[in-house]
Design a protein around this ligand. Sequence first.
Ligand SMILES: [Zn+2]
Length: 188
Amino acid sequence: MSVEELRTVARFVNTLLLEGRDGGTPLEKLGSVDAAREWLVTRGFLDDGDRVDEVALATARSFREALRAWLWSRVDGAAAGALADLERYGRDAGLSVVFDEAGQPRLAPAALGLAALPGRFLATLAIAAEDGTLSRLRCCEVERCKFTFVDLSKNRSRRWCGPACASIRKSRTYRERKRERILGGGQP
Ligand SMILES: [Zn+2]
């Protein structure tokens, strides 16, 4: 899967910034029908004539949070509670194998407009899982940030979205270790 396709998934998850990139105030880019329409049309996910209503937008936002929960479960190793949700979004979008005019099969949603969006992103993830590029799609390991990014490092070991989160995380690890040493030292 191309880096650009994975980046598109990351950009979608990042339409809600929990803390802003550097610990700023939360930012919701899909907060209103008009804002969401503009974001989606600009990136080619919707045609100009496609309708967006509050219900479809709420579904898109819930799908986004299921994606974030799944990405986070890959960081903290907890049971991935969002899996059944993500499967349901795929079914609801009518994700299935279709053949194009040249007879080539591909995964595509049967749904149209905004309702198709979860199917398009899930197809990207399924292909990335098959071709080994999915591990590049990562979530910042600072829990209150969870910024999603595409890891282009050689050994796919990038853990933070940027220097600010890396320093939060490193100083916390230092404090935890120090605390463990102090507690450990008090025991017989
Ligand atoms: Zn971060």
